[in-house]
Design a protein around this ligand. Structure first.
Ligand SMILES: *Cc1c(COP(=O)(O)O)cnc(C)c1O
Length: 421
């Protein structure tokens, strides 16, 4: 049963309620290893589903365009103050609807159409919104991209520096969606200072690791920090922009009225709860365990002959090139899903296959760490993945179903918030 329970919804709209119940069961029964996903607490679920959704509040606390903000102002202020304290920053804007609009607000704050932006290429692990061609950020701005080195799978800072000196970007993005290694914010800052660029650290994937002390912080190096709130940070779907005092006004103006209308106050409340949870001692244990689990899983996968980009991981994420296993990322991901192991197919650096049918898979440990799995279970997870890939090559669906049953048996001992059997 979904937690919190949804009796009114079940009466009003049984069809939709049924789908939500099935999704809750699915999230319970699977090993969820999509690197950007997690399980939020029941408290976050409760805060996100309240009457705060009824309220319009364009503007910022104390400066609104609608009446009736006696409590909404306090909710948003709580979220802002908690974000500032948790990350140690001068300024926080908690209104962006999600990570992509947060990044678009950064463009609006610091660039004009046609100006140059530099980010990591999408197939190398960057994000669409860092200037990739199909994104508005690549269409409306002159974007230049850095890569990872072919031999190491890591960012080559000589290349980044050369490119920055030649292209003189106004904004440099550091961060991405498929980076298994520590991001060297001081190295990016040195380059950004040299060429006079604004350094934006996009910590969407690693915000929870930073909050929990399991990844170095960009504070003191990046001028602006953007992040989603729903990945390792374990809050509702949303985003924040953190900055130095110097850039506070530009950031706020870009989010509202530049890009958005009324903030989603129910989400702001969920973010406030997640930030409070992230400031508790247990959260740093979770963050350290996410990394310990990823390292243990990487070791176990490597022992089974999986080819890991950069040879391993420093964070929550593992990127695997399946070429040596003789299977594409997409058929492997589909087979693994049937085997109860949910992840996504992904391009690998210098991929020779197409983005919709690439060579790799991407996986991460945040969600399974939240439900309590440790290093002790990682060799078993790697074994199941290996068996599933072998079964996929033989088109042995019975073997996949057998693994899914074993996964279900294991995860039953690890309860999740949001569902009770
Ligand atoms: C997930 C992610 C985003 C975008 O977040 P959405 O909420 O999906 O729009 C932006 N940047 C990075 C690096 C991400 O990983």
């Amino acid at each position: 049963m979904h937690v919190p329970p949804i009796p009114s919804l079940t009466t009003t709209d049984p069809e939709l309620a049924g789908l939500i119940e099935q999704e809750a069961l699915r999230q319970h029964d699977k090993l969820r290893m999509i690197a950007s996903e997690n399980y939020v607490s029941t408290a976050v679920l409760e805060a996100s589903g309240t009457v705060l959704t009824n309220k319009y509040s364009e503007g910022y606390p104390g400066k609104r365009y609608y009446e009736g903000q006696q409590y909404i102002d306090q909710v948003e202020t709580l979220a802002v103050e908690r974000a500032k304290a948790l990350f140690g920053v001068d300024h926080a804007n908690v209104q962006p609807y999600s990570g992509s609009p947060a990044n678009l607000a950064v463009y609006l704050a610091f660039l004009n159409p046609g100006d140059t932006v530099m980010g990591m290429a999408l197939p190398m692990g960057g994000h669409l919104t860092h200037g990739w061609s199909v994104s508005a950020t690549g269409k409306w701005f002159n974007s230049v991209r850095y890569n990872v080195a072919r031999d190491t799978g890591r960012i080559d800072f000589d290349e980044v520096r050369d490119l920055a000196r030649r292209e003189r970007p106004k904004v440099i993005f550091a961060g991405g969606t498929a980076i298994p290694r520590t991001i060297d914010f001081p190295a990016f800052a040195e380059i950004a200072r040299e060429v006079g660029a604004v350094l934006v650290a996009d910590i969407a994937h690693i915000a929870g690791l930073i909050a929990g002390g399991a990844h170095p912080s960009p504070v003191g190096y990046a001028d602006v920090i953007t992040t989603t709130t729903h990945k390792t940070l374990r809050g509702p779907r949303g985003a924040m922009i953190l900055s130095t005092a110097e850039h506070a006004a530009a950031v706020d103006k870009a989010v509202f009225p530049g890009l958005q209308g009324g903030p989603h106050n129910h989400t702001t409340a969920g973010i406030a709860v997640a930030l409070r949870e992230a400031s508790q001692p247990g959260f740093s244990e979770y963050a350290q365990q996410v990394v310990a689990n990823a390292k243990a899983l990487a070791t176990a996968l490597a022992e089974r002959g999986f080819d890991l980009i950069s040879g391993g991981t420093d964070n929550h994420l593992i990127l695997v090139d399946l070429t040596g296993k003789g299977i594409g990322g997409k058929p492997a991901a589909k087979a693994l899903d049937r085997a109860g192991i949910e992840l996504n197919y992904n391009t690998v650096p210098y991929d020779t296959r197409k983005p919709f049918d690439p060579s790799g898979i991407r996986l991460g440990t945040p969600a399974l760490t939240t439900r309590g799995l440790t290093e002790a279970q990682m060799p078993q997870v790697a074994a199941w993945m290996d068996e599933a890939v072998t079964a996929a090559l033989k088109e042995d669906e019975a073997a996949l179903d057998l693994i899914a049953a074993e996964v279900r048996t294991l995860v039953t001992s690890y309860p999740i918030p949001g569902y009770t059997p």
